[in-house]
Ligand binder design. Structure first.
Ligand code: FEO
Length: 389
């Protein structure tokens, strides 16, 4: 249970949650980590904590470097319980510690824990804290991911602690981004799409601030630490936060009852393939909503398909749309389709949500009664072709 030194006198003291498979609706297929960091300086400083059930492991990791009772400074970059859950135990043990957080952080901590005996100090963007050899600079980054979110920068080490920013739900035997870049970037995209997507404007502000800093290591609160591929992840964040997409990427998210809508999905895929698009088919019968979102993040074209069930759409598509609405992605070209038996208008539900998201919908909904005929599929094919510019 040893800490890992990531820079001289600065240690990773987090924990790996190999078995995590669900994070408020997000299916975390590769688990996650809760990264916390310990700086050995004149003032012993802890940056963030871990989820409460891992408190003992966390304490042991810190104790491999120093007695947790000797911690002088606790930085709370984010109140969400995956990072703050172990802080009550830390504040109980480190009697002389002062906890630093932004105003929304203080309010959040007081709502979550009994903080009556905690020494707390409010910090805001631009405030600094000298801890000896190092000076910490704080930058608030509200809504990346909660109103209290903040990043901490150590200028002399060119080291940024952006908490949820640049993170991935990814438990790995690696601590750094030296290997498996494709997997890490894919998990970073999945994390962005499922956690940070609604807050593009706020992420852009973070990127503007980060551009003014000299950074050689980004140590987020989840997943691996960036040191080798910082330009790649920053470029990706620029793309994702500006709601940009890759022009030839397309996704068809659908579910089917007796195979008619599935046939339609494959026909749309064929048409889009003819147009030179790279198409991913994502059946909600087999894929979870988080993976569907990951597929959509960089796609320019997104088709949604569901048959009518009773007077509505299939529940898998209903759940997906609820999730999608909350994440509020922008700048997509959409297309809706589906089969029906005796009630034709259920697909309007999909179309209305995409309209409200502001997506471009160049063609009307395409429906097919009962089973697709060759003529029905031909018409669908022609319409799908027209969706693509
Ligand atoms: Fe990793 Fe918003 O908590």
């Amino acid at each position: 249970m040893k800490a890992v030194e990531i820079k001289k006198g600065i240690y990773w003291v987090g924990v790996k949650d190999w078995n995590l498979r669900e994070f408020h609706g997000y299916t975390t297929s590769r688990g996650s980590t809760y990264n916390a960091y310990l700086i050995i300086d004149d003032k012993i400083t802890l940056i963030d904590g871990v989820k409460a059930p891992f408190t003992d492991l966390f304490m042991r990791r810190i104790a491999s470097v120093i007695d947790p009772a000797k911690i002088d400074v606790v930085i709370c970059n984010h109140v969400e319980m995956d990072h703050s859950g172990a802080l009550p135990a830390i504040m109980e043990k480190a009697k002389n510690a002062t906890l630093y957080c932004p105003p929304a952080g203080e309010r959040g901590l007081k709502m979550h824990y009994d903080t009556a005996n905690w020494k707390m100090q409010i910090v805001k963007t631009g405030d600094t804290l000298n801890i000896g050899k190092h000076t910490l600079t704080f930058v608030q980054m509200p809504m990346v991911h909660w109103p209290d979110s903040m990043m901490t920068y150590v200028a002399d080490e060119k080291l940024l602690f952006p908490n949820d920013g640049f993170g991935q739900h990814y438990a790995s035997d690696e601590l750094f981004d030296d290997e498996n870049l494709d997997i890490i970037l894919d998990e970073a995209k999945k994390y962005y799409g499922n956690i940070v997507w609604p807050y593009g404007a706020q992420v852009q502000k973070v990127l503007e601030t980060a551009a003014t800093l000299d950074i050689e290591m980004i140590a987020p609160s989840h997943g691996i630490i960036w040191r080798k591929h910082i330009p790649e992840i920053v470029e990706k964040y620029k793309l994702w936060s500006s709601y940009g997409s890759i022009a030839d990427k397309a996704v068809i998210v659908y579910d089917s009852m007796w195979g008619s809508t599935e046939q339609m999905a494959r026909e749309v895929a064929a048409a889009w393939g003819e147009k030179g698009l790279r198409v991913t088919l994502c059946s909600l019968k087999y894929s979870n909503v988080s993976d569907a979102i990951n597929d959509i993040v960089e796609a320019k074209y997104v088709a949604l398909g569901s048959p009518t069930l009773n007077s509505g759409i299939l529940p898998t598509m209903g759940a997906f749309l609820t999730y999608l609405k909350g994440l509020a992605p922008k700048n997509k070209v959409g297309f809706c389709f589906g089969s029906y038996g005796w009630k034709k208008d259920a697909q309007d539900e999909m179309q209305n949500i995409l309209t409200n998201l502001g997506w471009e919908l160049p063609e009307p909904i395409m429906t097919i009664n009962w089973r697709p005929t060759p003529e029905g599929l031909r018409q669908l094919h022609e319409t799908a072709l027209k969706v693509v510019k």
